[in-house]
Design a protein around this ligand. Structure first.
Ligand code: ADP
Ligand code: MG
Length: 839
């Protein structure tokens, strides 16, 4: 069957060459039980490996069934090992965590036997070696003798003619070893059994031939026990049949594409079987891998997310508050292209869009600050009056750097103005501490948002949140500033009646639409023109700055028909020229601060207040409507402008007119709405939806519209964030390659066994690919699902994070993890191939 002719085998190392086999000439036939003996290092294993095709020879020729093997390539040797040789090893080479049956079945699967047939065969050969009843035991739980029996059964199941056993009794006690030898002797009746042993005495009664090797040379080759074994040569099956097999082996037709596909499919299904077997028999180990993948995928989920959400560099730009004073990121400004106003049905429509929290019909008022907590939002400061009567402007009582507070102590000649507000009222200042509260109109809420009361309808009505709902019905002073809209730093105030109490805790107060519209009406300065500061000498108006028209719900209606002034009466009462005709008694009022400007012209009727600080007077004022294009229309009203103490607390640009006149010029309507979304990250999405909803809508992000130059500090902050995230991702790659590779090393032992029982390296690699990718996929899915569940449970951090994560992010995340897994498995497989080739 096997004939070795002048075989030489060398092992090369850096410094020397070992002659492991020298001029070996041997011939083996079926029915022989050959014992190869010799000292340790004499070349027994090498000889066995050469015969079984595990190792190649360097010189000479080996004939298999009469056919030379010099032309065998790797595939041929593999086929030879598979189809011709059954192996039994000293260390059994079993997969410890598989059951006895699985060890058998997996070996047969590798050979291409179908699963059902494999099981049948497995049971048959297990019975033959006396392992019936142990099928379901784990291989690692067997005694050493049973393990070797299992290894023999596995070799037998291949149904090859040759069994090679390398020190099969090396790890067994003598009694168990003897049983194994008896078993091999029994088998050798139908096969060729070649056994390496350094304990010849144990086997001497059973073998048929003794071959002794020394320093790589055959020093003895004798037949023994010839009397006990008869006719083994006669029973030798015809070499012809086997020669055919050899021929087939040697001249295998080259693989066609169909074969390759078929082969790949088979390989895949085998790899799948083992990948699953490995997981199901070693769940703890599987868990270890899953935990590791979990760490990697969680970290990459977070840090890839950091990068992904930082791609938008808007956070690094300076906010320019000249248009949108309120930099709320979640605010989207909506207008209609035809310039018309928004109404309730627009709000309903907009509120239905996904991610929209609420819609404020008065967008412009959302840039107006309000202040309602004295000491927190604002504080007062007062003027001081010296004992000699000279006065000082308002001083900040909290300003310890000013010596004011010391001077108010009694020993000097200052008197503190606090408490005598009236006398120096013009010196009272309101200082606004925090500009963080912005108006919202009542359109953002509904009655159901209140625990008590009703929604505000009038200018001087408001709803707020309070723990104590008895605030409803009380009055509170609110100050308002709107630098952008009014074009000045002044303020407006109103003593507001709290009409309702909100359910949910918030600092946000909600105001009547009419107040919102009134305070923001001058944002549309183009709609009207106010002329004032009438100069009798030139017969023209000198007033050049913007006046802000207001009306009061509480003060008397300025329109007083009973007091309609005739020209005569008027001339009597007021000393100015009515040549241009004074209107039918409509009045306007300005705060006495406005007198400062009037004073300069000197053409008005003036009287001094008894405090000798406020100057009263009258002027005339004309309001003229403008058309769409900003051109003046003929429509106008001429009013008597009273500069009066009654309006003293307003800054110098408010002009109070009657409600009736107000509505005539300034429609209580808003042509710009604000849509508030749940998350800034959804800005683009919502803008798209709004513009899709109605072709007449135009939407912009108030925040983005207001971004100007880059802010260096924030740019570097962003770069640091990106750098850290990138660093972590790179670290993850390194970490995964090293840690996972070393984790996978615990599998190498199994892979060696698989290789020994004939699995191709390619298939082994596929097992690790399948196993690792399954773990990876499981954790990817887990992380995504877990993150979304956490968000659903209401975690703010997670909700904010996921808002940025769109489908492309998830794709990047998945691809990153799969590539990482792929690279690692590849690195591991490379390592595996190196190890396998070495051994
Ligand atoms: P035995 O099985 O009889 O103990 P071996 O066949 O394992 O002996 O070894 C024979 C000789 O070849 C020894 O000198 C050993 O050091 C050497 N040898 C065996 N395998 C290798 C190898 N893979 N690389 C280098 N030298 C080897
Ligand atoms: Mg050896």
């Amino acid at each position: 069957m096997i004939r070795l002719e002048n075989i030489y085998k060398y092992y090369y190392s850096e410094s020397s060459v070992t002659q492991a086999l020298r001029n070996v000439n041997l011939e083996f036939s079926k029915g022989e039980f050959v014992a190869i003996t010799g000292e340790s290092g004499s070349g027994k294993t090498t000889l066995l490996n050469v015969i079984s095709g595990i190792d190649t020879y360097d010189e000479g020729e080996m004939y298999v069934n009469g056919q030379p093997t010099f032309q065998y390539d790797d595939d041929d040797w593999e086929a030879y090992r598979r189809n011709k040789i059954g192996f039994v090893f000293q260390n059994y080479n079993l997969i410890g965590h598989y059951t006895v049956l699985d060890n058998m079945i997996s070996a047969l699967l590798i050979l291409g036997v179908g699963e059902k047939k494999a099981e049948k065969k497995a049971l048959k050969y297990l019975e033959k070696v006396g392992l019936k009843g142990f099928e379901k035991s784990r291989a690692s739980k067997l005694s050493s003798g049973q393990k070797q029996r299992l290894a023999i059964a596995r070799a037998l199941a291949k149904e090859t003619d040759i069994i090679m056993a390398d020190e099969p009794t090396g790890n067994l006690d003598s009694e168990t070893g003897l049983q194994i030898i008896k078993l091999l002797a029994e088998l050798s009746k139908e096969k060729l059994v070649i056994m390496v042993t350094h304990n010849y005495e144990q086997a001497q009664d059973y073998v048929t031939r003794k071959v002794k090797i020394h320093d790589g040379e055959i020093v003895l080759d004798v037949a023994v026990n010839t009397d006990k074994r008869i006719n083994y040569k006669a029973e030798q099956p015809s070499d012809d049949k086997n020669a055919d097999a050899g021929e087939k082996l040697g001249n295998q037709p080259k693989n066609t594409q169909v074969d390759l596909n078929q082969k790949r499919k088979e390989e895949n299904s085998i790899a799948r079987y083992f990948a699953w077997k490995n997981f199901s028999t070693q769940k703890l180990r599987g868990l270890l891998f899953i935990v590791f993948f979990m760490v990697v995928s969680t970290a990459s989920f977070l840090f890839l997310g950091q990068i992904y959400s930082n791609i938008d560099d808007s956070s690094t730009k300076k906010y320019d508050d000249s248009v949108y004073y309120n930099g709320d990121k979640t605010r989207i400004s909506v207008r209609k292209k035809d310039g018309t106003s928004f109404n309730k049905s627009d709000i309903e429509k907009l509120n239905k869009i996904k991610y929209v929290k609420n819609t404020d019909i008065c967008d412009k008022a959302d840039d107006i600050n309000y202040y309602c907590e004295e000491g927190k939002d604002y504080k007062y400061s007062y003027g001081a009056v010296e004992s000699d009567g000279s006065s000082y402007g308002a001083l900040d009582p909290d300003d310890s750097s000013s010596s004011y507070s010391i001077r108010t102590q009694s020993e000097n000649n200052w008197t503190f103005a606090k408490g005598i507000k009236k006398a120096v009222k013009q010196d009272m200042n309101v200082n606004f501490i925090k500009k963080n509260k912005f108006m919202r109109s009542v359109s953002c809420i509904t009655k159901s948002d209140l625990v008590k009361g009703s929604l505000p309808k009038k200018n001087n009505e408001v709803v707020v949140y309070s723990k104590d709902s008895s605030v409803v019905g009380t009055t509170k002073r609110f100050y308002f500033t709107a630098k952008n809209i009014w074009g000045m730093d002044g303020y407006y105030y109103e003593d507001m009646k709290i009409t309702g109490c909100l359910k949910e805790e918030t600092e946000q107060a909600y105001f009547a639409e009419s107040l919102c519209n009134m305070l923001s009406s001058s944002a549309d300065g183009a709609k009207f023109k106010i002329d004032f500061m009438y100069d009798t000498k030139t017969d023209s108006y000198q007033g050049s700055y913007k006046l802000i028209p207001i009306y009061s719900e509480t003060r008397d209606n300025l329109y007083d028909s009973s007091a309609d002034m005739t020209e005569d009466e008027d001339t009597k009462d007021r000393d100015y020229d009515y040549r241009n005709g004074v209107p039918s008694g409509e009045k306007a009022r300005a705060s006495c601060n406005t007198q400062v400007t009037l004073n300069n012209l000197g053409t008005y009727d003036e009287t001094y207040d008894e405090d000798a600080t406020a100057m009263m007077g009258t002027d005339r004022l004309t309001i003229t409507k403008k058309d769409k294009n900003g051109e003046l229309t003929g429509e106008s009203d001429k009013l008597v402008l009273e500069v009066t103490k009654e309006v003293t607390d307003y800054s110098d640009r408010f002009i109070e007119i009657s409600k009736h006149l107000y509505y005539k010029y300034f429609k209580n309507e808003s042509n710009q709405a604000a849509v508030y979304i749940s998350n800034y990250a959804k800005t683009d999405k919502v803008i798209k939806s709004i513009e899709k909803l109605d072709k007449n809508y135009e939407a912009v992000s108030a925040y983005r519209m207001s971004l100007g130059e880059y802010n260096d500090e924030k740019v570097s902050e962003r770069l640091v964030t990106l750098g850290i995230a990138l660093g972590v991702l790179v670290m993850l790659i390194i970490l995964e390659i090293f840690i996972l590779r070393s984790l996978m090393k615990i599998k190498i032992k199994d892979y060696f066994v698989l290789k020994f029982i004939g699995m191709k390296l390619n298939t082994i690699n596929k097992i690790s690919i399948m196993e690792m990718f399954s773990y990876c996929a499981v954790t990817i899915v887990f992380v995504i699902v877990a993150a979304n569940i956490i968000a659903l449970c209401g975690s703010r951090v997670m909700i904010d994070m996921l808002a940025y994560y769109t489908i492309p992010f998830y794709l990047i995340f998945i691809v990153y993890n799969l590539i990482l897994c792929g690279v690692t498995v590849k690195a591991f497989n490379k390592l595996l191939v190196q190890r396998m080739i070495k051994n």
